[in-house]
Design a protein around this ligand. Structure first.
Ligand code: SF4
Length: 190
């Protein structure tokens, strides 16, 4: 049975890819590595939602790192002019390295379900990493199932975030004020 590492950015985006992957004869491990997610309360909340899903399906979940937004806060100063490319390379790069280290055959990401991400760039980076680590990248286009996955997340009662993850995407969100109110509420509960 092929061993696959599915990098997951959150629960809602994992719904549809998992449905599709579980139809195949695969041993799936879910991998949460998303240092871009800001602030830490949001990182924790997205991880909790993903864990609900992996518990539901009885899948192994590996959690790596934490919220580490400094690189994203400093991306211009660091000369990283393409912020999302840096973000994809960081997360997929770590996923590929872990998949290779754990002796897995393939890796892919739930980023491949989102119509808001650059699928072609993700595919290119994934294939470059596959060559580097001598494993397979699965360039599945899950985007036709994005709405299905979001509906499944709603039925499962999962929190569905209103911004991509980094501080800049938060600041640019049209739901910015509501997000900050929600985050203040989370902090007050701790
Ligand atoms: S907008 Fe999304 S993909 Fe782009 S840098 Fe921010 S978190 Fe990463």
């Amino acid at each position: 049975m092929k061993k696959v590492l599915l990098h997951a950015c959150c629960g809602p985006c994992a719904e549809y890819p998992l449905q599709e992957l579980m139809k195949q004869d695969l041993e799936i491990t879910v991998y949460f590595f998303n240092p871009n997610i800001h602030p830490v309360e949001e990182w924790t909340r997205r991880l909790e939602q993903l864990k609900k899903l992996t518990d539901k399906y009885g899948l192994k979940l590996i959690v790596d790192g934490g919220s580490d937004p400094e690189t994203w806060l400093d991306w211009e100063r660091n000369g990283k002019l393409d912020r999302c490319r840096m973000c994809y390379e960081t997360r997929l790069g770590q996923a590929a390295a872990i998949a290779a280290r754990e002796g897995m055959d393939s890796f892919l990401s739930t980023l491949q379900v989102s119509p808001y991400q650059d699928f072609e760039l993700i595919t290119k980076i994934g294939q470059e990493l596959a060559n580097k680590y001598n494993i397979e990248y699965m360039p599945v286009d899950f985007r036709p199932g994005y709405r299905t996955g979001q509906n499944m997340a709603r039925e499962d009662g999962l929190y569905r975030q209103k911004y991509c993850g980094c501080n800049i995407s938060l600041e640019n969100s049209k739901f910015r004020e509501k997000i900050f109110r929600d985050l203040e509420g989370l902090k007050a509960q701790q």
